[in-house]
Design a protein around this ligand. Sequence first.
Ligand code: AMP
Ligand code: ZN
Length: 482
Amino acid sequence: MPPPPQSDSSAATPPFRLYNTLTRSVEPFEPAEGDTVRFYSCGPTVYNPAHLGNFRTFLFADLLRRTLRLRGWKVRQVMNLTDVDDKIIRRAHEQGKTIREVTEPVTAIFHEDREYLRIERAEVYPKATDYIPQMIALVARLIEQGVAYQADDKSVYFAIDRFPPYGKLSRLDTREVRAGARVAQDDYSKENAQDFALWKAAKPEDEAAGAAWDSPWGRGRPGWHLECSAMAIDLLGETLDIHCGGVDLIFPHHEDEIAQSEAATGHTFSRFWCHGAFLLNEGAKMAKRVGNVTTVQGLREGQVSAAAVRHFVFNTHYRKELNLSEEALEASTHAVRRVGDFAERLAGATGGTQELARAADVALAEVEAALFDDLNAPNALAGLFTFITRANAELDRHGSDKSALERAREVFAHINGVLDIVPDRRIDDPELVAWVDERIAARRAARDRRDFGEADRIRAELAGRGIVIEDTPAGTKWKPDR
Ligand code: AMP
Ligand code: ZN
């Protein structure tokens, strides 16, 4: 991303405001220490490729990350990969695999999908199974503080009654929580039905799947909530600036993360808690269990560009539910085509007008004000499209002001550095896609007849048009080099 362009107006940068679930209000935000934001986002459970609902939440984290940088801060983002939990163990058991055999290929797909959607790489992607010693140390600390106990079933639980602030994030009355939980679960070995597992005693399935470790409490594995607390504290320190995820994580996941972390350290675990609303499909939450998921792979096959997906997601505020539909994706495809045409026109122009530079300044101020106001991406998009209309009208006048043109380019690049919605012609162009498919088939035929010289020549030919290919067990994949 280019550095913030110099603005003609001397107006100070607007304050940065963010909705905090902890206080249920939009509050001014800045990093606690220095100019680096310590940011933890709950990542995917890697037992199945993430669906577009999961990616709506990851795109929200990407928008937040890029906006924090636009504001001038540095970001240290940690996104965990949950590679040990009930669902993964069940999947491993069904397939006669270890958890690692289940999670490694899914992790690779996650990164492919992430790159396709242009989601910037976080600074660290810790895997839960690499942090078992830190998790064990955290449990030991909680037992020492008297807020955790080992039950008859050998698992270690957190005693919510011994942590009075329990419920402060979700604002659930703990008595209600308990009453509800008793109906839902029937676990008599805990002191209290709502106590949650920090460390789960190993069962034979866990051992078979390579999901059991030695601990002072016997063989076992970490509870899901514990994973995030241990990795966040290890990689970012005892107090984070921002912790985010989807709304379904508020309770119990984030409530339990707060309980474990704050009971252990005595410090605020995260200053801000930010949650993205659900992506729905025909009115129902997109979820594997409901069977209404759209995958990134599916979108790629349907030739929906990353730019269109980003536009579709950002065109609704992150705290509002968003319904997936063919029409909405189509409308976004049209919208980003307009952005792409404009990007090309701006790149090819030779001069502008004073009005063009003025329109750019106005757009920059509008877009920044929108994004800094609790990530109002829909308003930012509106500001961008107004700019495109004005700038196109100015470019029609064929002005000769080079610095005005430069200003327009700079502002456009700056705004697009956050939204990233210029479509890649190479993916959007059906003729090129057909040509690439034909060349890949020809290369496969050449390899089948062991004509490796020809196969290499075709690879080079593709590279010449900016296409990189990769041979995977599932066939040859291609993508434009970025
Ligand atoms: P999981 O892989 O189930 O741990 O989920 C990863 C992330 O996706 C979490 O932050 C969830 O809150 C989020 N998530 C799950 N389903 C949806 C959905 N339909 N819309 C938006 N976010 C979701
Ligand atoms: Zn988490």
